[in-house]
Structure formats: structure tokens, C-alpha cells
Design a protein around this ligand. Structure first.
Ligand SMILES: Cc1cc2nc3c(=O)[nH]c(=O)nc-3n(C[C@H](O)[C@H](O)[C@H](O)COP(=O)(O)O)c2cc1C
Length: 142
């Protein structure tokens, strides 16, 4: 969230867990991203894991639109960051470190709260298209 109350967001496929103690996660924003410097300036971010039905939301957040969140509902985490309706899970983080890595950055986040939100499966991205887990590969449905 920016100081003016406007949400900032970008889609990352590069999200990954890093450390359990302390709890660290990472993602890799590109140097050409206009959203990343705004997120960096706030010192915090909330990872939203998109569900398989959220392709329109994903396309909106991956766009260069001014109002990427228009038409999508969200509430606030205890840390005051957006948790979008219908996501699988969310992870609230403080910005821990930023490292240069070629034309991207390696961003580490220190996790301070998280929760599962919906028993949905995540949205997948492969070869330029969106999809979902096939039932035979879904070993974690319970
Ligand atoms: C599936 C998917 C994965 C993406 N992963 C990344 C990523 O890991 N890092 C990144 O910088 N951009 C990634 N992008 C692109 C950004 O989401 C998008 O270009 C950017 O948010 C829009 O530009 P902006 O940062 O200037 O708002 C990805 C896009 C999609 C659709």
C-alpha cells in the first residue's frame, strides 16, 4: 500500500521459500518493473497466492494499467496490506534485503504472518499460458 492508500501489485513467478529460521521468502523483480521501486519504498509486501480461477486477476496485475486492482475486492491483513478475495494463501512480509542479480533483483522478505485462505488449487503458468493441476497430480487435496 502506498501512503495515499493506493495498492501496488505485480505478478511474480519467481516467488520461493528460502529459510525456516528465520522465516525468509524471496522473489526476483526485474529492473524494468515500475511497481517494484514503489513496493520497495514502503518496506513491506504481502504475497497473495492466486487460485486457479484467478487468471483475469493475474492478467490485470501483470499489466501496466494505472489501476490494476480496479474491480477486484480485497481486505487488509493485520499489517495493513491487501489480501485479495479468493486467493489460496497470503504471506505478510517486511523487506529484509535486496541484492542485485543481473537485470533483476533478489528480494528477501522476513515473514511475520501468513495463513491459508481457501482450499483452492493455485493458478499455474507454463509456456506462456495459464492452467491448473490435473486431478491425478493432486496429492494434497485433503
Ligand atoms: C506468470 C507471470 C510471472 C511473472 N513473473 C515475474 C517475475 O518473477 N519478476 C518480474 O519482475 N516480473 C514478472 N512478471 C511480469 C510482471 O508481473 C509485470 O510485467 C509487471 O508487474 C508489470 O509491470 P510493472 O512492474 O511496471 O507494473 C510476471 C508476469 C507473469 C504473467
Amino acid at each position: 500500500m502506498q501512503a495515499d492508500g493506493k495498492p501496488i501489485g505485480m505478478v511474480v513467478g519467481s516467488f520461493t521459500s528460502v529459510s525456516l529460521d528465520p522465516p525468509l521468502v524471496a522473489f526476483f523483480p526485474g529492473r524494468s518493473s515500475s511497481s517494484w521501486p514503489k513496493i520497495e519504498a514502503t518496506g513491506r509486501f504481502c504475497v497473495n497466492v492466486l487460485a486457479e480461477h484467478q487468471e483475469p486477476l493475474c492478467r490485470a496485475l501483470a499489466s501496466k494499467a494505472e489501476e490494476k486492482f480496479a474491480g477486484f475486492d480485497y481486505r487488509f491483513s493485520n499489517g495493513g496490506l491487501p489480501i485479495l478475495d479468493g486467493v489460496v494463501a497470503w504471506i505478510d512480509c517486511d523487506l529484509h534485503a535486496v541484492h542485485e542479480a543481473g537485470d533483476h533483483y533478489i528480494v528477501l522478505g522476513l515473514v511475520h504472518s501468513l495463513d491459508l485462505e481457501q482450499p483452492n488449487k493455485p493458478l499455474l503458468f507454463c509456456r506462456g499460458g495459464y492452467g491448473q493441476f490435473a486431478p491425478h497430480s493432486d496429492v494434497a487435496k485433503d
